[in-house]
Design a binder for this molecule. Structure first.
Ligand SMILES: Nc1ncnc2c1ncn2[C@@H]1O[C@H](COP(=O)(O)OP(=O)(O)OP(=O)(O)O)[C@@H](O)[C@H]1O
Ligand SMILES: [Mg+2]
Length: 468
């Protein structure tokens, strides 16, 4: 970190000189003799610490204090006061000064107070940075995808963020439900308040209730102390119920009441607790269907489904795959401080045609694994997990045929090539034996090999070693 800056505002030359002696080594010092000059220097230098004399000719130090704080809220002001103005010093703290010292000052005491003030600026700038980072991370602009389905989702996110409506997010595992829930929270005026997550699938129903509503001391055998529930923790912010389809019927009833009334009581308690909470729920199950079969309360479904967002599986928005790929290649490289991997064209083909049952999370995990484990900068087919490689070569072509982008004959050729190669490898490239294995003549086999451009160099080197 570069040297912090300290501004000394005092009309007495002696005071400014002694401050220079004490702090000249640790700070970049600047000085001002009047309130007006102090404001100018504050604006130009943005000092971390400001030592401000409370009594100055032609201006009240307290007024200057207020103006400095308005101009540069992150700067910490320490008032310098004479003994007989201790009362004013008290008012100064009320007006936003961090601390005060009385003149003539004790050097050690002044050092101590300055170092505390500096610690405060560093902490608060760190806090600001973290807050910004979180907000940036969950900003809509950080959600990757330009497919029509995703563009529609951003529109709804932007619209609902500003309101308090309950939102129900559905979609297969790994489609980004939690990411969208966070984006709604961090784009709302609740962003400075907590985003509290509770995963209904992770805990048995009895525990979910105490997690949601909390309990009083003595509510049950192990309740040695009062526990504040997630509903209360989320006050002013957002409560995100993940996998809400797993909530038991009894808890659903209690939850519905709490959402509707915005009041509840802790388990074993009588006090009605009032909260202001925005609820977002997510599920990878079809809740409407579940409600139809009696597995979910219909009234709760309607209450949650005020705004619903359905996240499409990745295989239905293939145009987003390349964007996501690029995003994760850069992200994972940055996280592990290496150069982004480059994907060979056949790897990209494979990725494009993979069905991605685990959706974006599966893609993210793959890129992470390749970034960490792949020994070369360029990723080739051999670096892909085996299941993906083999399934994909056929799936990709099959899909291309079904999408009309490849003729059927290509898929047939591909299949034939694979079978002939396997037969040849099995027989040590003995064409007569391979032909008989395939139930054809050597002549037809040779003809097909020529057509499919299969040569002895297609022999798997490992097989050569084994058979030789
Ligand atoms: N559109 C997207 N852009 C960037 N990252 C995404 C996108 N969608 C999902 N991700 C990332 O993929 C991972 C999985 O997303 P998330 O946890 O939100 O999915 P989910 O639907 O809640 O999954 P599950 O049902 O398994 O809980 C996260 O790391 C998330 O950041
Ligand atoms: Mg999730």
């Amino acid at each position: 970190m570069s040297q912090p800056c300290m501004l000394v505002v005092d009309d007495e030359t002696g005071v400014r000189e002694s401050i220079r002696l004490i702090f000249g080594k640790d700070f970049r010092l600047c000085e001002a003799k009047s309130g007006e000059e102090a404001l100018r220097r504050t604006r130009d230098e943005q000092p971390e610490i400001i030592l401000l004399d409370i009594l100055m000719p032609g201006g009240n130090g307290l007024d200057t204090l207020k103006q400095i704080k308005a101009l540069h809220p992150a700067g910490q002001v320490i008032m310098l006061t004479a003994l007989n103005t201790a009362r004013t010093a008290f008012t100064a703290k009320e007006s936003g000064a961090f601390d005060y010292v009385t003149k003539p000052f004790d050097v050690d005491e002044l050092r101590l107070r300055v170092s505390r003030a500096l610690e405060r600026t560093q902490l608060s700038s760190e806090l600001e940075r973290l807050k910004e980072e979180v907000a940036r991370k969950y900003g809509i602009e950080n959600i990757v995808g330009k497919s029509k389905a995703m563009l529609d989702i951003y529109k709804v996110v932007a619209l609902v963020a500003a309101r308090k409506s309950t939102v129900l997010i559905t979609g297969e595992s790994g489609t980004g439900k939690e990411l969208i829930a966070r984006a709604i929270h961090y784009n709302s005026d609740r962003c400075a308040k907590p985003f509290v997550v509770i995963n209904c699938a992770a805990l048995p129903d009895t525990l979910i209730e105490s997690e949601l509503f909390g309990y009083e001391k003595g509510a049950f055998t192990n309740a040695h102390q009062r526990k504040v529930g997630h509903f209360e923790l989320a006050h002013g912010g957002t409560l995100f119920l993940d996998e809400i389809g797993e909530l038991g019927m009894g808890t659903q009833a209690k939850f519905l009441r709490a959402v509707e009334m915005e009041t509840f009581t802790r388990l074993g308690g009588t006090e009605e607790i009032k909260v202001d909470v925005r609820v977002i729920a997510a599920s990878n199950r079809d809740l409407e269907k579940l409600a139809g079969s009696g597995g979910f309360r219909r009234d709760l479904f309607y209450r949650l489904n005020v705004v619903s967002l359905q996240l499409p599986p990745l295989r239905e928005r293939r145009e987003d795959i390349l964007l996501l790929l690029d995003h994760f290649l850069k992200l994972k490289a940055k996280e592990s401080a290496v150069a982004p991997r480059i994907l060979a064209p056949e790897v990209i083909d494979c990725v494009m045609s993979h069905p991605w049952p685990g959706n974006v999370r599966e893609l993210e995990n793959l890129v992470e694994r390749l970034t960490i484990l792949s020994p070369h900068e360029t990723v080739t087919l051999a670096d892909l997990p085996e299941g993906m490689r083999f399934r994909d070569q056929t799936v990709s072509l099959k899909e291309k045929v079904l999408q009309g982008s490849s003729p059927l004959s290509d898929a047939v050729d591909e299949f034939e090539r694979e079978m002939i190669l396997k037969a040849l490898q099995k027989t040590g490239f003995n064409q007569t034996k391979a032909a008989s294995l395939l139930g054809t003549s050597r002549r037809v086999l040779r003809y097909r090999m020529e057509k499919l451009q299969i040569t002895e160099s297609d022999q798997d080197p490992q097989d050569t070693k084994l058979s030789g």
